[in-house]
Design a protein around this ligand. Structure first.
Ligand code: V55
Ligand code: FE
Length: 480
């Protein structure tokens, strides 16, 4: 037996835990799944095996559940399995949660001191023929790409020095090189960043360490053809606070933000820090690219960290729908001295940006992201932020033209994925899980990426509720 989960936002309603490992052959499809979509869609769900050790905790601590939709000639199969982390194994051995609050080992049962606490719950990536589950506080976990069986921790054959790898990596679509970094690379609340590159076969070819202006939740970064950009927003950590059993993160709206920019394949000694004053928070960057000596970075910029558990730790209370304030383009002039940033608003607020892989780090026209439109109805809770998104938007980043899929008032959308088409002149597809709050059930929708407003060309029935995932990635059949 295990005890019930707490009655908090993170574990009730659509956020109730699932803990189901399953395999479903040939899902029921309404409409038609385009036959040219062939491959695997991996997605990760935080789904805790046991109730929080200290009575309550955030959604973000949940054990990693890896899902895999397999698309073949119009058919779709699904399977999901837990990542067997050291953390989950230790919990199962004790038949209860041994690990205390989110990313604070000082709150753990002393019996698990030194056990790796990473939950491997954020992003699946497939690189160099291997599948990994990533969580930004620890090293990648390698899984079998077909069975989803856990193979173990991955440290690039013992070469990687960083103690962490973030959940957001960046691929050069032409070379296949993977750019990534780890923050708190030297351990808990350290200000060390490890900037790394792996070649297309997965060999670690570079690891350079540098210091950020302060310790912060550096969730994502972005590379262009020439530059690597490291944004730093003031969600900060302190070892003293952790030792006192306090929260890992606190949002400090009065503190300045930075973007560190260095040549993508150069030395960290060439880093330039651009400064931004004013309340700022962001988690994901849609894209960045070079325009002569200018660098443009497009992203959702909010005035406050959107996670309720971080707001609470910071003594801030805001309506989450007011926490996302605009979609922004920041431009940096690398030919001039100084550290100023110019900003242009390119769209309404939102998050979960995705673009076509071919556009990564390159000049581009179109991005897809998600928004909460309050005119569509009351917020429905799904995921760690609270209100789930109810709109999928296609944004032309140069002109601001928006095409929206507006969901019915009982539905929210989980992160979408872009799947390329093999036909020239075709923009590809968007696929995502839909939460049906009236019946506590799930569907998968497939849209023509160029026309989200036209609605789904295929709807796939799910015979179980899929708890809110974090991120997913597409792997074409050719990669297997
Ligand atoms: C995020 C997700 C995490 C985490 C830190 O979406 C930040 C942002 C699922 O875990 O640990
Ligand atoms: Fe993320």
């Amino acid at each position: 037996m295990t005890t019930p989960f707490p009655h908090s936002m993170d574990f009730t309603g659509f956020n109730a835990v699932s803990r189901v490992e399953c395999e479903i052959y040939d899902l029921i499809v309404h409409g038609e799944v385009p036959k040219e979509i062939n491959g695997a869609w991996y997605r990760m769900i935080p789904d805790p095996q046991y109730p929080p050790r200290l009575g309550d905790d955030t959604f973000l601590s949940g054990d990693g559940m890896m899902g895999r939709f397999w698309f073949e000639d119009g058919h779709v199969d699904y399977r999901q399995r837990y990542v067997m982390t050291e953390r989950l194994l230790a919990d199962r051995a004790n038949r209860k949660s041994m690990f205390g609050s989110y990313r604070n080992p000082f709150t753990d049962d002393p019996k698990v001191k030194g056990v790796e606490r990473g939950a491997a719950n954020t992003t699946p990536i497939f690189h160099g023929g291997k599948l990994f589950a990533l969580k930004e506080d620890s090293l990648p976990m390698e899984l079998d790409p077909v069975t989803l069986e856990t193979k173990g921790r991955w440290d690039f054959g013992g070469k990687l020095k960083s103690k962490t790898v973030t959940a957001h990596t960046r691929l050069d679509p032409e070379t296949g090189d993977l750019y990534f970094y780890g923050y708190e690379a030297g351990g808990l609340a350290t200000n060390a960043i490890a900037y790394c590159k792996a070649d297309k076969d997965g060999n670690l070819v570079s690891e350079q360490w540098f210091e950020a202006p302060y310790v912060s939740l550096m969730h994502d970064f972005v590379v262009t053809e020439r530059w690597a950009l490291f944004p730093v927003f003031p969600t900060t950590a302190s070892l003293e606070r952790l030792k006192a059993g306090g929260p890992h993160w606190v949002y400090e709206p009065g503190k300045e933000s930075y973007v560190g920019i260095m040549p993508r394949d150069g030395s960290v000694k060439e880093m330039r820090w651009f400064r931004y004053d004013g309340p700022a928070s962001s988690f994901h960057y849609m894209n960045a690219y070079d325009d002569g000596d200018l660098v443009h970075m497009d992203f959702g910029l909010a005035q406050v960290n959107p996670f309720p558990f971080i707001q609470k730790a910071s003594g801030i209370e805001v309506d989450p729908s007011k926490a996302r304030s605009r979609y922004a383009r920041w431009t940096f002039d690398m030919s001039k001295p100084g550290n100023t940033i110019s900003e242009r608003e390119i769209g309404p607020p939102g998050d979960m940006p995705r673009i076509a892989t071919k556009d990564m780090g390159r000049p581009y026209e179109v991005g897809y992201y998600q928004r909460f439109d309050p005119t569509l109805g009351k917020p429905n809770i799904s995921g760690p932020v609270g209100a789930g998104f109810n709109t999928v938007s296609r944004l032309k980043v140069q002109t601001g033209e928006l095409r929206n899929l507006s969901m019915p008032p009982t539905m929210t959308v989980q992160e979408h994925l872009h799947v390329p088409s093999t036909k020239t002149g075709h923009e590809g597809y968007l696929t995502f899980v839909v939460d049906k709050h009236d019946v506590q059930g799930s569907e998968v929708w497939i849209l023509e990426a160029e026309h989200p407003e036209s609605g789904p060309i295929a709807r796939i029935e799910m015979p179980l509720r899929l708890r809110c995932g974090v991120h997913g990635n597409w792997v074409d059949v050719g990669a297997f």
